[in-house]
Design a protein around this ligand. Structure first.
Ligand SMILES: Nc1ncnc2c1ncn2[C@@H]1O[C@H](COP(=O)(O)OP(=O)(O)O)[C@@H](O)[C@H]1O
Ligand SMILES: [Mg+2]
Length: 358
């Protein structure tokens, strides 16, 4: 998708701002605190209802205002079909969400149409932190490629939360059993989506590693979140006493893990910090490749503070790689001169306002 117009009001330190982005590369410059990241956050927020820096939407409302409003025009470069979306959120939590002039209930409808990928300075958490980060990464890809995933995920969340509630309330085995079939069915479906996705991603990652001449090798693996010695249904029965003692369900896709290994050892223990950073970008690029190859779709890519993360050679290389895809890229940074060799637009921020658009 390509954002053709963005209007922001009362969002972070931005009172009103109107932007007509370049279809390929947008450089957002300005001093620290001028509002560069806020612009990127507003784009992510339009797509997902929250930003890469906070899930608390209230923090995004300008301190002097009662609500923020974001609107955008975007189009599919394949079909040239235009869409219009708008999101407004009040301090009391009420939300108004529109897509193509209709009110919509779920932000997922916009997310599906307008995929956004945020690459931020804490992206290395993907390798350094626990499995949650990697599950989120995995599910970003599955969500955008598999239509059935969201409903399956909702069934799973509902059955997990009901089951855990019964475990906490020492519910009877009969009561627990009423949720087990939905839990097992949805868990197995999620497992299939994820395991197929990881094998496809693994091929795309290898391809990217070769293209970028990465001098290290990483294997992508996947564990479903329960022992493969038994079926999940059997495990729920076998481990019931343990689940009761723990007051939670310890088997299921909420415990799944995407693994990154180098010759059998966790990549984070072997790769240098610099190699880990490159690996994070390669993983995201591999996801974007799959989305384009399999679904003919592009995400809007947001790179917050790219040049503070990577040296100028690597920054340039990552932008080159991103622009080999057909999508639109937004990069923020204090000094982005090293990226000016592509056709682009520059937006310069000062105190929450746009100055001299180049
Ligand atoms: N809800 C808010 N209302 C007003 N100002 C805010 C709000 N949230 C953050 N800010 C301020 O907005 C400014 C811009 O932040 P940011 O977009 O991170 O700048 P940059 O990325 O250019 O360094 C910061 O000075 C921050 O304190
Ligand atoms: Mg910033």
């Amino acid at each position: 998708m390509i954002l053709g117009k963005l209007d922001v009001s009362d969002f972070r330190n931005i009172q009103t701002l109107s932007l007509t982005p370049h279809p390929r590369l947008n450089l957002i410059t300005g001093n620290n605190g001028s509002g560069k990241s806020s612009i990127l956050e507003s784009i992510q927020c339009l797509s997902t209802g929250h930003s890469f820096r906070t899930r608390k939407a209230r923090e995004l409302i300008n301190r002097e205002a009662q609500s923020f409003t974001l609107t955008a025009l975007f189009s599919d470069p394949q079909t040239s079909r235009e869409h219009r979306t708008g999101l407004s959120r009040q301090r009391d939590g009420s939300v108004e969400l529109r897509l193509d002039f209709e009110e919509v209930k779920s932000i997922a409808e916009v997310t599906r149409l307008l995929p956004v990928k945020s690459l931020t300075p804490d992206s290395h958490k993907l390798i350094q932190d626990g499995p949650d980060e990697r599950r989120q990464f995995l599910d970003w890809g599955v969500f955008h490629m598999e239509h059935g995933f969201l409903d399956t995920w909702k069934h799973f969340k509902r059955s997990l939360s009901q089951r855990n509630q019964l475990l906490r309330d020492t519910g009877s085995s009969a009561e627990l059993k009423t949720w087990d079939s939905l839990f097992v069915e949805s868990s197995e479906a999620i497992d299939q989506f994820r395991s197929r996705y990881v094998s496809e991603l693994s091929v795309a990652l290898t391809q990217r590693m070769q293209d970028m001449d990465a001098r290290f090798h990483v294997e992508l693996g996947y564990r479903p979140g329960w022992s493969d010695d038994f079926s999940l249904a059997e495990l729920l029965t076998r481990n019931l006493d343990y689940h009761r003692r723990m007051k939670t369900t310890t088997d299921g896709p909420h415990r799944a893990e995407m693994t990154l290994t180098t010759e059998g050892t966790a990549a984070k223990q072997i790769l240098s910090r610099g190699q880990q950073k490159v690996l994070v970008y390669l993983l995201h690029l591999a996801q974007l490749d799959l989305l384009e190859q399999r679904n003919a779709r592009q995400a809007v890519v947001l790179c917050d503070d790219l040049t503070s993360e990577l040296d100028s050679e690597h920054s340039r290389e990552i932008i080159n790689q991103l622009l080999k895809l057909n999508g639109q890229v937004f990069v923020s940074g204090v000094d982005l001169d090293v990226l000016r060799h592509h056709d682009h637009s520059v937006f310069h921020m000062e105190h929450g306002s746009l100055k001299n658009v180049v």
